[in-house]
Write a protein that binds this ligand. Structure first.
Ligand code: GRF
Length: 321
């Protein structure tokens, strides 16, 4: 089985979601492991639980600290623990935009409402006051705007006659504990899922002008130019020829460049069987923290090397704006 994604959990209080995540991570099919539990309150109850379970902890009170300094210390703790993802579980701090941006796509949060309804506080009371039939919980990606990132999963929880915010919160909590571990596991597991990786590469490749997909030796490939005379600029490789990598093969400028890249960054590149001999490099996709912009840059560069002049000229013109 592929290596598990490393997750740091940030808490501020009880940490019941953290506990749900932690115990779920110990199940054999979990795609993540918890490498750190960090809190902005050294008294946070959840820290003691994490310690008892042998998980590393970090605590630093934010009191008297500038927000960006506190964020930086929390972030450093996560990085030092080797975290690929930060999972916020009742972390009652607003993060700086820079922090949220640096971890975009790699930071998740749980929020006790059916987003986009009721971002912010007092969610249960607001749902009751509005006469909603359901409250609930959402797991979403964190972006600089509060509780506004892409929703990855939700569970609805019925609001009963005479419901109070506390009684609703208590039931929503059960739903939270079911939802959060599952969404985290699915989300971080995508980076090893060949189907997901293929769909991402396909989307990026087909966004290039005059591009079409055609299978080559059983693998998806993408060509630039007309259907008739187009040339390949990328191939998708799912653990081909004994390689453990899921990768996209693209053209380098020279054999020297290929060998230099493979030597300097073996976690990111490899020289594929057969194709390597003619200057194609394997860009490894099934690894934590993969930067899709980087993959897009490689695809564009490879596309440029074979695309008809008419198409590259249009692209150059578009790039000027
Ligand atoms: C949960 O209700 C969660 O939705 C919200 O904060 C609360 C955290 O509770 N973001 P706990 O510390 O996980 O018990």
């Amino acid at each position: 089985m592929a290596e598990k994604a490393k997750v740091a959990i940030f808490i501020s209080g009880r940490g019941s979601n953290m506990a749900a995540l932690l115990y779920a991570s110990l199940l054999s099919d979990s795609a993540f492991e918890v490498v750190l539990v960090a809190a902005n309150d050294p008294e946070a109850e959840g820290l003691a639980l994490a310690e008892a379970e042998g998980v590393s902890t970090f605590a630093l009170s934010h009191k008297g600290m500038v927000r960006s300094d506190h964020d930086a210390a929390m972030e450093k703790a996560a990085r030092d623990a080797g975290a690929d993802y930060i999972v916020l579980a009742g972390y009652m701090r607003i993060l700086t935009d820079e922090f949220a941006t640096r971890w975009e796509g790699r930071m998740l949060n749980i929020h006790p409402s059916l987003l986009p309804k009721y971002p912010g506080l007092d969610t249960h009371q607001r749902a009751i006051d509005a006469g909603d039939s359901h409250g609930g919980v959402s797991v979403h990606l964190v972006t600089p705007e509060l509780d506004a990132g892409e929703v990855l999963g939700q569970v609805k929880v019925a609001i009963r006659q005479g419901e109070t915010a506390d009684s609703l919160a208590e039931r929503v909590r059960f739903a939270e504990h079911q939802l959060y571990p599952r969404v985290v596991s699915e989300y971080v597991g995508r980076e090893n899922d060949p189907e997901f990786l293929l769909s991402k590469v396909r989307e990026l490749a087909l966004a290039l002008p005059q591009c079409h997909e055609r299978e080559s030796h059983g693998s998806p490939g993408w060509r630039a130019g007309s259907e008739k005379s187009g040339k390949y600029f990328a191939y998708f490789n799912d653990q081909h020829h004994g390689s453990e990598h899921v990768a996209v093969l693209v053209k380098t400028g020279s054999m020297d460049e290929l060998l230099d890249l493979v030597e300097a960054q073996p976690q990111a590149y490899f020289k594929p069987a057969y194709y390597g001999a003619s200057g194609w490099i394997g860009v490894i996709l099934n690894r934590p923290g993969l930067d899709w912009n980087h993959v897009a840059d490689w695809l564009e560069r490879s596309w440029r090397s074979v695309a008809p002049k008419s198409a590259t000229k249009l692209m150059d013109a578009a790039d000027q704006f």
